[in-house]
Design a protein around this ligand. Structure first.
Ligand code: PMP
Length: 404
């Protein structure tokens, strides 16, 4: 069954043939929608085409597809049972591991998706403060629930009425947002760096991170870090730990279990009672297999220094891409941490050059994306990155030939 045949069948039984970010209407043309398998840093699409995977399933795959340690732990738990009347002992072990690993974590609660975690974190903040308003950065993605989905279809203005927007990295704008909601701010929610789609990424200004912490303390609001996308690729202790800024609550998911479905909120002692007061549950939130996979993933990242491996691969990729772009006469911007990179072409506001280049990369066996950041994994070896760079070099050459 080819990708085209699957799309045609899907059109009859799935609204639009596909939804969300994979919907062909907003995805990049020429991209496959269906995949057969993954192994290490490679994936094979439904047409059997092999790619060096620079998207890592949009973040979750951090050690490489089918990592033996994670698969072993998941299989061992699966042999005992996954969805039981309550969680397995592994829930406690995983919570202990997070509390030991993340300095701002005195407790952990688990769910399934990043949206569960961001939503739950804000509920904890509101339960603790008895306040309604949440300050969030304009354009930031925090999930697909009605309060945060980028498309307002199917939502009501009421569902967003308690959000006050600020500009990422502008302390002045954050202070102004807080002033408009004076006395009623439950939380500031912020991603560890600016990773909005279609735009160059922006690392956080340390003064902004420290200022957000100080403001939250001054007004008695919770500082929530949405580490769903960046978590476990910058610093296992939390992505603002290198800046010495600790949140009150953190939302985690994506890379936590190397592809198994799990999310977590971690928080400080002062918010334990508020967390306990929520009615938090889901049919699959206590499944033991994903918890076993998460424990194995975090331990393996820790014991093998997986982030250092990703940094080496990401640096090799970034340097290689700069050299190639220059050789082919392009000026490119590479932004964000090297482990969560993105490349844009100078003066390419309509992304037409990016679309041409990424499509050529795809044809030369490199899966990356024209308007969403990419992800490295600890499985990307020097040889794999070199192989990816062969594909990107041909893509630059073809894009140059196309543009003349
Ligand atoms: N927050 C951030 C920063 C994200 O990148 C995402 C997912 N891209 C989410 C929240 C939502 O996570 P999920 O798609 O697992 O619900």
């Amino acid at each position: 069954m080819t990708d085209a045949e699957l799309r045609e069948r899907a059109l009859k039984v799935v609204p639009g043939g596909m939804y969300g970010h994979l919907n062909a209407a907003i995805f990049a043309p020429g991209y496959p929608q269906f995949f057969l398998r993954g192994e290490g840093c490679r994936q094979w699409d439904a047409d059997g085409r092999e790619y060096i995977d620079l998207m890592c399933s949009w973040g979750p795959v951090v050690l490489g597809h089918r990592h033996p340690k994670v698969e072993e732990a998941a299989a061992r738990q699966l042999a005992l049972g996954d969805c039981l009347n309550g969680p397995g002992p592994v829930m406690v072990e995983l919570a202990e591991l997070l509390v030991d690993t993340v300095p701002s974590a005195d407790w952990a609660m688990f769910s399934k998706n990043g949206t569960d975690a961001t939503t739950q974190a804000l509920m904890v903040a509101r339960a603790a403060t008895g306040r309604a308003k949440v300050l969030m950065a304009h354009g930031a993605y925090h999930g697909a629930d009605p309060w945060c989905t980028p498309s307002t279809a199917g939502t009501t203005p009421n569902e967003r009425a308690d959000l006050v927007e600020f500009t990422y990295n502008s302390l002045e704008s954050l202070e102004a947002a807080a002033a408009t909601a004076e006395g009623d701010v439950a939380a500031i929610i912020v991603t560890p760096f600016k990773h909005d789609s279609f735009e160059d990424q922006e690392l956080v200004e340390p003064a902004f991170a420290r200022g957000a912490r100080a403001l939250a303390d001054r007004i008695g609001a919770a500082l929530v870090i949405d580490d769903v996308r960046a978590g476990f690729r910058i610093d296992l202790r939390g992505s603002w730990e290198p800046y010495g800024v600790r949140p009150d609550l953190t939302a985690w998911s994506k890379a936590m279990a190397n592809g198994y479905a799990i999310a977590a909120v971690t928080g400080v002692d002062a918010l334990r009672g508020a967390a306990q007061s929520l009615y938090s549950t889901g049919s699959f939130w206590f499944s033991a297999v994903a918890m076993a996979a998460a424990k194995a993933t975090i331990e393996t990242l820790r014991d093998t220094d997986g982030i250092a491996a990703m940094e080496r691969a990401g640096t090799q990729l970034r340097e290689g891409l700069y050299a190639q772009a220059k050789a082919h006469g392009f000026t490119v911007n590479q932004t964000g941490p090297v482990t969560i990179p993105w490349l844009s072409f100078d003066g390419d506001a309509d992304l037409s050059t990016a679309l041409h280049w990424s499509d050529a990369c795809l044809r030369h066996g490199v899966y990356l994306h024209p308007w969403h950041n990419w992800f490295l994994s600890a499985a990307h070896t020097e040889e794999d990155v070199a192989r990816a760079l062969e594909g990107t070099d041909r893509a630059f050459a073809e894009t140059r030939a196309h543009l003349g």
